[in-house]
Design a protein around this ligand. Sequence first.
Ligand SMILES: Cc1cc2nc3c(=O)[nH]c(=O)nc-3n(C[C@H](O)[C@H](O)[C@H](O)COP(=O)(O)OP(=O)(O)OC[C@H]3O[C@@H](n4cnc5c(N)ncnc54)[C@H](O)[C@@H]3O)c2cc1C
Length: 421
Amino acid sequence: MAFELRELLGKAADIQVVSESEWFQFVPSNPWVAVNWRTADQVRVHLPKTFAKLKIGFNASGAKRIDPAANTVHLGDGGQLNYDYLVIATGPKLAFDEIEGLGPQANTNSMLRRWVREPSEKWEAFCKDPGPMVVGAVQGASCYGPAYEYAMLAVTELRRRKIRDRVPITFVTPEPYIGHLGLGGVGDTKGLLESTMRDRDIKWITNAKIDRITPEGVEATEVNEDGSPKKAHKLPSKYTMFIPAFRGVDCLKGEDGKWIEGLTNPRGFVLADKHQRNPKYPNIFSVGVCVAIPPYEATPLAVGMPKTGYMIESMVTATAHNIGDLVAGKAPTHVPTWNAVCLADFGDSGVAFIALPQIPPRNVNWSGRGYWVHLAKIGFEKYFLNKVRNGSSEPGYERFLMKTIGVERLKRTARGCLETA
Ligand SMILES: Cc1cc2nc3c(=O)[nH]c(=O)nc-3n(C[C@H](O)[C@H](O)[C@H](O)COP(=O)(O)OP(=O)(O)OC[C@H]3O[C@@H](n4cnc5c(N)ncnc54)[C@H](O)[C@@H]3O)c2cc1C
């Protein structure tokens, strides 16, 4: 967001980034870190040098509280920043506390950001003394791809270590069917992921609500179409990996400890219109996982809508242009496409999908499988980390290449002009 604002607004703009850490971490590599195919250091970039080069102010003490009425961000180091425009890009708070025994402080592992070192150590211990494994996502989760990716990668790695025969794996998910992904599926993700799981001897339980997780295993209830209990499951597990549900981060709460009225929805996700702008505080924009987006469809259990990488980048580009509009004294007009282009790596193959736009009905609804996905994801990781190191958001050649396959960040009308309302 900061790189793109610098490029668009030029040197005159005073841009400040507030982060909780001096490091950018490429989150899509976390499943590789969790099976020790990468170290945490290989998938992160130290930010101060890049920001200094671009003359972007940087504070890594975190935002403690936002005061939108006073246009102020209170910082973790006791200081404060005043702003003309604020972009919130704080991602999720991981709601481990909503299920008994969930989370790395309790009985499960997590491959989400700051816990990333921990699962790899536990993984080594597990491989020395293997046993049953349960992987999946909990009710209310809004990020399913990495759970599938992790289950398939684990199989690839266990086969390489020749211990797969000692690890029965069950995939447990609130999705109504395998490959729903919170998106009603994309292309044939249902068929592709089901057949991959059959190939890899992974059993699955869908429409599953996690009741509790103990050191011995997972207790879950499979539900009927109307949400009523269908079957209770007690699954022994020596290694458990679950994607938790998300909520908004604490700095979006007021001094009274409640979500700021008009800024967020009741779970703390930031409200935004089609220009990524908050309706109550029109100088606040939001991008990424922190944005409030309703579920795609009603399902027996809560299944949230994922916010995928390219979709987030389209939010970023639209926001940069809309702030540019405001600075120029115009009303914001740019609308993000919310297109999704995803690569899920299984180590020796993978599934890719293109959903234009991410939310159905779609103009393009394609999925495919092959070894090329594994190679493409490795290439993309290196490319993206390099872009962050160089302080670049979307180089011209990337824009050109993506456009040739029909993928763009800003929405166009049916006649091909940029949407202007
Ligand atoms: C394991 C995993 C794999 C994924 N793989 C893919 C993939 O392959 N393809 C894809 O399209 N999508 C993928 N996603 C989805 C999505 O692209 C990522 O979740 C992405 O990282 C979301 O970006 P974000 O900036 O919204 O949130 P985050 O990456 O979570 O970044 C939010 C940042 O805000 C910071 N922050 C939070 N609170 C504060 C505060 N108070 N003050 C200052 N800073 C704060 C956090 O420390 C963090 O650095 C994946 C998600 C996960 C979890």
